[in-house]
Design a binder for this molecule. Structure first.
Ligand code: PLP
Length: 285
């Protein structure tokens, strides 16, 4: 198995990352996860644009043009003989031998690497019967619009869910009106309520690529969409709730804590089918 590391292809077990890399010492960096199929990364432009916009905002040099990354990624996928899989991309602010919080001097090379790995295994019953999810406090920072390496709160949230036989955590923050659900540990979510689709506005959450595709698909299909803060109490009385992400696509929710839903719901099934069409079109494009 090979990885792409700072302009070259390396064996995956080769030790190439310096211990002083700011990605390791400070989680000072960004990542992306794309799906791959037929030797190509899917929805490449959207994922790379999100990463590059964040790198500009956070002042991390992005070392390549988008099309260069595409060519490197396709070659990496080929070298690993990967068909359906995941492309992981990481960018850090580079090495800092003194481990200073201060940004390193201008011109310090960033670290950029990619892994082409098999698609993670998810129990298919989650799509057929709906997944169980468990609520957990959203303890993250105010940079959730960026896909940063600081994933400790997400990891704690997801492992809390696993410990309670859940597939995913739904994270909540508190407001004077009560708890509101921001997003999953690694997914966005939608509710179907009285024929309308609700999803949180981009208020310190990740602007998910799948979320935005579902919004477009649903709008085209004539669904009314509300992007706004959604209280946990509203989620619990919704007709249907489903998760969305690059890796899981659309996943119906069968249970949130003790509340059980009929899953998959009718609207969820319609959107699962429409998203699959968009996905297949992207593979064949
Ligand atoms: N929200 C969070 C916190 C995530 O980590 C992810 C994906 O990993 C998502 C949402 C879904 O984003 P996307 O649809 O771009 O995969």
């Amino acid at each position: 198995m090979q990885a792409f590391f700072n302009g070259r292809y390396v064996k995956k077990d080769e030790e190439v990352i310096r211990l002083e890399d700011r990605g390791l010492t400070f989680a000072d960096g960004l990542f992306e996860v794309l799906r791959t199929a037929s030797g190509r990364p899917l929805f490449f432009q959207e994922h790379l644009e999100r990463m590059i916009e964040s790198s500009i905002e956070l002042g991390i040099d992005f070392p390549y043009a988008i099309e260069e990354v595409r060519a490197f990624a396709e070659k990496l996928i080929e070298k690993n003989g990967l068909d359906e899989g995941e492309l992981y991309i990481e960018l850090t602010r580079g090495c800092d031998i003194n481990r200073e919080h201060r940004f390193p001097p201008k011109g310090t090379p960033p670290t950029f690497f990619m892994l082409a790995i098999p698609l993670r295994k998810i129990d298919p019953n989650n799509w057929k019967e709906g997944a169980k999810v468990v609520t957990y406090e959203d303890m993250r920072h105010k940079l959730c619009i960026h896909k940063t390496l600081n994933l400790l709160p997400n990891i704690l949230a997801k492992n809390h869910a696993y410990a309670h036989r859940g597939y995913e955590a739904l994270m909540f923050r508190r407001s004077p009106l009560g708890k509101y659900i921001t997003e999953g540990g690694s997914s966005s979510y939608f509710c179907v309520s009285n024929g309308r689709l609700l999803t949180p506005e981009i208020d310190n959450i990740l602007p998910g690529i799948t979320r935005s595709k579902i919004i477009n698909i649903a709008k085209e299909k004539g669904y009314k969409i509300e992007e706004r803060r959604i209280l946990l109490d509203e989620v619990l009385v919704a007709d249907e709730v489903f998760l969305v992400s690059t890796v899981s696509k659309l996943m119906p929710i069968r249970q949130i804590d003790n509340r059980v839903f009929r899953a998959p719901g009718e609207t969820t099934l319609v959107l699962m089918k429409l998203y699959e069409e968009v996905f297949q079109k992207e593979i064949n494009s």
